[in-house]
Design a binder for this molecule. Structure first.
Ligand SMILES: *[C@@H]1O[C@H](CO)[C@@H](O)[C@H](O)[C@H]1NC(C)=O
Ligand SMILES: [Cu+2]
Length: 259
């Protein structure tokens, strides 16, 4: 079938149409994400999203979970801009595509930038706090997952920037881990994307105790080596524990993250 072969040669993304973050909505404004084809523009666009070498919309496998690529995806380079956002605001990560077969957890981490500069920060030294997560909902083989809601919701995921977070510059690491092949060693697929945020407000919470992304996951973690196509009654979200940072102020008291 020559025409199909030609098409696949011209558009390698069609072979492995997984997806990437095409944009970010914060306080009602749209910010363009990173698209690997932007590397070929002159000048290369400056985005808050970190630049990634993934023309194929690819992923990082467990064999790479202790290496630099797990932090902000393959051969990442710092984003040169920031998305301004108020502490406590909702932020939406818009993806361009996602196969519904790619079920698994969706996780958000945040790290303060050394010297308050995310445009030069070293990815492997960022100390991340997990502040939002979702995964298995019900059923098994394969069951219902937050990725199903994400696909139904126009392939977008909305999270809240913690309401008491101290103002400053942060890297948010938004990630989906696809489990459709995770029943075999090295079969899980991590799709991380880092985005620089300039958080505004009068928050007081200074993050501490963060973890380097290279220490998040091990290949044999129960949430990484996991057979989606079996009978199961639970799922352990991989990585460091969720930190329940205050999400909104009510009657002068910080209300805790609880959903
Ligand atoms: C769905 O996402 C696309 C961007 O991928 C956007 O242009 C469109 O407005 C969104 N639709 C809705 C209903 O939000
Ligand atoms: Cu895929």
């Amino acid at each position: 079938m020559a025409p199909l072969t030609t098409l696949l040669t011209l558009f390698p993304a069609l072979i492995a149409a997984h997806g990437h973050v095409s944009g970010i909505v914060a306080d009602g404004k749209w910010y363009t994400g990173w698209n690997a084809a932007m590397r070929y523009q002159n000048p290369v666009p400056v985005t808050a999203a970190w630049q990634v070498d993934n023309l194929d919309n690819g992923f990082v496998t467990p064999s790479g979970f202790q290496g630099a690529d797990i932090v902000c995806h393959k051969s990442s380079k710092n984003g040169g801009a920031y998305v301004p956002v108020k502490a406590g605001s909702k932020v939406t990560f818009q993806w361009d595509a996602w196969p519904v077969s790619h079920k698994g957890p969706i996780i958000d981490y945040i790290a303060p930038c050394p010297g308050n500069d995310c445009t030069t920060a070293s990815a492997t030294s960022l100390l991340f706090t997990k502040f939002a997560e979702g995964a298995w909902k019900s059923g098994s083989d394969p069951g219902n997952w937050v990725t199903d809601d994400f696909v139904k919701n126009n392939i977008s995921w909305t999270t809240t920037i913690p309401s008491d977070l101290a103002p400053g510059n942060y890297v948010v690491r938004h990630e989906i881990i696809a489990l459709h092949a995770a029943g075999q060693t090295n079969g899980a697929q991590s799709y991380p994307q880092c985005i620089n945020f300039k958080v505004e407000g009068e928050g007081k919470t200074v993050l501490s105790g963060g973890v380097k992304a290279t220490a998040f996951y091990k290949a044999a973690d129960p949430g990484i080596l996991f057979n989606l196509y079996s009978k199961f009654s639970g799922y352990t979200i991989p990585g460091p524990a969720l930190v329940k940072l205050a999400r909104r102020e009510e009657r002068g008291h910080a209300r805790q993250w609880a959903e």
